[in-house]
Design a protein around this ligand. Sequence first.
Ligand SMILES: [Zn+2]
Length: 263
Amino acid sequence: MINGRKIKRIGAGALILLGVTTSEYQAGHYTSGRTDIQKYEASMERKSSDLVLAKQEKVREEIREMAQKQETVLGIKHFEKPKISFEPNQENTLRDVTGTYNQEKDEIWIDLSRYSSGTLSHELGHFYVDKLNESLNNKNWRYKKGFLSFLESLFSDDRGTKLVAEGIADYFKHKTKGDTLSSGLNYKSFDEYLNEDGGSDAYAEIGYKLVAPILDRGINRGIETLTRNLPTNRDLKSLVKYQQRVLRIVEQNSSKVKITTKP
Ligand SMILES: [Zn+2]
């Protein structure tokens, strides 16, 4: 009995399958097959562009949340909201990055398929530094992060600027995430680091070690002091000395503030 029922069920299933197959074939045969494919493709395109829009909205929300988290963890207040772009961008693809910040446009660009929360936090760090410097009217700070300036950096020497900029952005990333990294500088000169592990992340990694103790004394004061005293080529030969010099300036300024605020 059981076997008989099973056979009946299988038979019915096969008939249904056959029916569906036949009617689909007929529909395809009598109407224009190409139109059906085009309709199908159009509906798939709509679905995928809906998915992309949904993902973009999700990233916008993640950026808002990350900015709030940074405010809580770092004790800062973001000046405004950044513009956000997801457009495929040859400049950024060539550099193989998952996110960038464009200082001229005040715009964060995110690679939707590869970004991480760390990317968002890092780029928000660049954005904050830019806005803080605009508010301070800091003319010394001319950090450009475009591809052309990347090329320029190979010939001219804005390595010190890049080191500080990437270091500060990574400080935002690591502190917000709660990473505990050793902040000690192991080597004397920047070149020694580059020889050791000179990957594309070297600027962020070493920059972080360089700026962390300075920013720990107060983020805004640290950023201001760093960007007004960017490392020269000579400083890059002796990073610890440079770090100590900036720390002294930070401390002098803070003691000056104390004196002037005394009644
Ligand atoms: Zn960066």
